[in-house]
Design a protein around this ligand. Structure first.
Ligand code: SF4
Ligand code: SF4
Length: 607
C-alpha cells in the first residue's frame, strides 16, 4: 500500500518537475548555439575549484560562503542516501539494512549537522540581516526552501532515535520523502534551479574573462537585437541565477548610483524569455541607457559564483544597437576619430613620429631587437603618459634591453569592440595584425593593460598569437637583482587597473616593484583582482559624465584611494590615470599621481 502511494506521488511530482524543465530546455535549444567546451582542462579545473571546493563562494563572503558550502557538500553527500531510500520506498530493492549503508548513514551525521547549521545561518541572513545585494523584499520562496532543507536534516537525524517500523518512524520517513518530492517540483520555477544548473554553467563559462567571440559578417551576424538573438549560454545563465547580488554589489556603475545593475540584467533576461517575448528589442528589455553605463570592468562575471557571463549580453546588445545606428553621440565622435585617423583622439600621426624621434626610438627590427614596445593611443599622443613611457625606455636602456617600435600603429580596437562597433574593431585589428606579422616580434611590451588584453586575447581569435606583456611584469623580472637608490620610504596607494588586476591577474608584480623600490603600500578597499573601476573602460572615457545619474565612478574610486591616507597614488594604466586625475581636479585635492614606471625609474640606481 505504502509502495503504491509512493509510486503515485513520485510520478506526480516528477511530472511537475519535467513539465517546467522542458519549457526551459526548449528555450535553451531554440537559442543560437553559443555553448563551447573548448579548453576542457581549464574548465575542469575551475569546476573543481568553484563547484566542488566552493572557493569563489567562500572567498568573497567567507562566513556566508562557508555556510553555503556546508549545505552544498551535504547535498552531494546525501545523494546516495536519498537514492537508496527511494529505491526502498518504490519496492525496487532494499539496501538499507546492509553494513555499508549503516556505516554511510553514520558518516552522514556530521554533514546533516553542517547543513542544518548552514541553512539556519542563511535563513537568518536572508530574513533578518538582509544584505543589500539580496534585494529589499524577503523572498518567501527562500524561506520555504530553507525550512524544507532543515526538515530534511531533522528527519534524517531522527532516524537514529525512532524505530523505523513504529508509527512515529513511518511518519518521519514519509515527511522526509514528501519534502524531497515537493522540493523537486518547486526547484525549476525558482532560483534553486541553480542546484541543478550551476555545475553546468560553471563548466561552460569561458576560461577567458569577458570573452567576446568575433562576429562573422559573412554569416550576417550583427549582434543581439531581440530576445530571440540571445545565445544558448546566455539563456542557460538566465535560469541559473541564484539572485545572490554579488554582481550587483561589485558593479562600479551600480556602486556609483547608476541605473545599471548586472543582477537585474540577468533577471530581466529570464523574465522576457519565460514571457515568450522573442521579438522584444533588448534595448527595451534592459533600457538602452543602462546598456551604455557598463565599463566592461568584468567584476560581475568574475564574482558570480554560478558561472554567469554578463558581458556577452551587454556588449552583444551594444553591437545590436550600433548596427542599427543607435550609439550615443559621444561614441559617434570617437568612431569618426578611429575611422579617419585610426586613434581615439583623432590626432595626426605626425605627433607620434615626433615623439618617436624625441625619445630616440628605433623602428623595430626582429634581427636587432629583443622586444617590440607597443605605444598604444595614449603612448602615441598623451603627453602625460609619454613621460611614463620615457621612464620605461630609460629602465630598458639601463638594463641594455634592445627594443624598437612599429613605424605606424592603429588603435588596438578595444574601444570599438567594447562599445559594440565590431566592424570597426575588426578593421583596426586586422590592420595591426598584418603589421605585427610583418614585424614578427617574439615579445611585445606595453604599458597599456587594454592593449595586453586586446592584442593578447582578442587577436588570438583571428589566429594571431604573440607573447604580450605589461611593463609592470616585464620590468619586475628585469629588475629582480637591481638596486634601488637608498633614501626614505614613500607611503603610496596602488590602484589596480581592471584590465591588469582582474583580467590579467597581475597583482603581485606591481606591488613587488613598489616595495623593492622604496614604497610602503596602503591598500585601498577593492584591490588586487577585484578592484573598483576608474570608470574609463567600455568607451566611457568619452562619455559626458555631467549627464549621468549618481556620482562619477572615478570620483567614487578617488575617494576610496584618498581614504587610505596615502598622498601618492600609483597607477599602471593610462586611462586610469586620466580618469583619476580628473576626479582629483574636481575634488580640489593635492594628491600626487605617479605612474609605476616613473616611480621605479626615479629610484633605480644607475651605474
Ligand atoms: S562589467 Fe563592470 S560595469 Fe559592466 S555590468 Fe559588470 S560589473 Fe558593472
Ligand atoms: S548573476 Fe551571478 S552574481 Fe549576479 S545575482 Fe545572479 S548568481 Fe548572483
Amino acid at each position: 500500500m505504502e509502495t503504491v502511494a509512493f509510486w503515485i506521488l513520485l510520478l506526480a511530482f516528477l511530472g511537475a518537475f519535467a513539465a517546467q524543465v522542458a519549457r526551459r530546455v526548449q528555450l535553451i535549444a531554440a537559442a543560437p548555439a553559443t555553448i563551447s567546451i573548448e579548453n576542457p582542462a581549464a574548465r575542469a579545473s575551475r569546476f573543481i575549484v568553484d563547484v566542488l571546493l566552493q572557493a569563489r563562494t567562500i572567498r568573497e563572503r567567507p562566513l556566508a560562503g562557508l555556510m553555503h558550502a556546508l549545505v552544498f557538500w551535504g547535498f552531494v553527500a546525501f545523494g546516495l542516501y536519498t537514492t537508496t531510500e527511494f529505491l526502498r520506498g518504490l519496492g525496487i530493492v532494499d539496501l538499507t539494512h546492509t553494513g555499508w549503508f549503516r556505516a554511510y548513514r553514520l558518516l552522514l551525521t556530521p554533514f546533516a549537522i553542517g547543513v542544518l547549521a548552514g541553512i539556519l545561518f542563511l535563513l537568518v541572513r536572508r530574513t533578518i540581516l538582509r544584505p543589500v545585494g539580496l534585494g529589499t523584499k524577503v523572498s518567501v520562496e527562500s524561506v520555504v526552501i530553507a525550512l524544507f532543507i532543515a526538515t530534511l536534516m531533522i528527519t534524517f537525524l531522527l532516524t537514529f532515535r525512532l524505530d523505523e517500523a513504529s508509527p512515529a518512524g513511518r511518519v518521519n520517513w514519509w515527511v522526509h520523502a514528501v519534502v524531497i518530492l515537493v522540493f523537486m517540483a518547486l526547484i525549476p520555477a525558482s532560483k534553486h534551479l541553480h542546484l541543478v544548473l550551476s555545475p553546468v554553467t560553471v563548466f561552460l563559462k569561458s576560461p577567458e574573462l569577458g570573452n567576446l567571440p568575433n562576429l562573422d559578417f559573412e554569416k550576417e551576424q550583427v549582434g543581439l537585437e531581440t530576445v530571440k538573438d540571445l545565445g544558448s549560454k546566455s539563456v542557460l545563465d538566465a535560469f541559473t541565477c541564484v539572485e545572490c547580488g554579488r554582481c550587483q554589489v561589485n558593479c562600479p556603475a551600480w556602486g556609483a548610483g547608476k541605473e545599471l545593475n548586472p543582477k537585474a540584467i540577468i533577471l530581466q533576461t529570464q523574465e522576457a524569455l519565460l514571457a515568450g517575448q522573442r521579438e522584444r528589442k533588448l534595448g527595451e528589455v534592459y533600457s538602452e541607457k543602462v546598456l551604455w553605463q557598463c565599463t566592461t570592468c568584468g567584476a560581475c562575471e568574475n564574482q558570480c559564483p554560478v558561472g554567469i557571463e554578463h558581458l556577452p549580453i551587454l556588449i552583444g546588445s551594444r553591437r545590436g544597437l550600433v548596427s542599427n545606428g543607435d550609439a550615443p553621440d559621444y561614441l559617434g565622435a570617437m568612431y569618426n576619430n578611429l575611422e579617419r585617423r585610426s586613434n581615439i583622439w583623432g590626432l595626426g600621426y605626425d605627433q607620434r613620429t615626433k615623439f618617436i624621434q624625441s625619445a630616440g626610438l628605433e623602428i623595430f627590427d626582429a634581427a636587432k631587437h629583443d622586444v617590440l614596445v607597443w605605444l598604444g593611443c595614449a603612448g602615441s599622443f598623451d603627453a602625460d603618459f609619454q613621460k611614463s613611457l620615457r621612464s620605461l625606455f630609460s629602465i630598458l636602456r639601463t638594463k641594455d634591453v634592445k627594443f624598437g617600435v612599429l613605424a605606424k600603429e592603429r588603435c588596438n580596437g578595444d574601444p570599438a569592440k567594447r562599445t559594440g562597433n565590431e566592424y570597426m574593431y575588426q578593421e583596426l585589428a586586422n590592420g595591426n595584425i598584418d603589421d605585427l606579422k610583418a614585424a614578427a616580434p617574439k615579445t611585445i611590451l606595453t604599458s597599456c593593460p587594454h592593449c595586453v588584453k586586446t592584442i593578447g586575447d582578442d587577436y588570438r581569435k583571428f589566429g594571431y598569437q604573440v607573447d604580450i606583456v605589461h611593463s609592470s611584469v616585464y620590468v619586475e623580472q628585469l629588475l629582480r637583482s637591481a638596486a634601488a637608490a637608498s633614501g626614505s620610504r614613500d607611503v603610496v596607494t596602488y590602484h589596480d587597473p581592471c584590465y591588469l588586476g582582474r583580467y590579467g591577474g597581475k597583482v603581485d608584480e606591481p606591488r613587488a616593484l613598489l616595495e623593492r623600490f622604496g614604497a610602503d603600500i596602503k591598500e585601498p578597499q577593492r584591490n588586487r583582482d577585484n578592484p573598483y573601476c576608474c570608470g574609463a573602460g567600455g568607451g566611457l572615457l568619452f562619455a559626458d559624465k555631467e549627464e549621468e545619474p549618481g556620482s562619477r565612478i572615478s570620483d567614487v574610486r578617488f575617494k576610496q584611494l584618498q581614504a587610505t591616507g596615502a598622498n601618492t597614488v600609483v597607477t599602471a594604466c593610462p586611462f586610469c590615470s586620466i580618469m583619476l586625475k580628473g576626479a582629483q581636479a574636481s575634488a580640489g585635492a593635492d594628491t600626487q599621481f605617479v605612474d609605476l614606471m616613473t616611480f621605479v625609474d626615479g629610484k633605480l640606481t644607475k651605474a
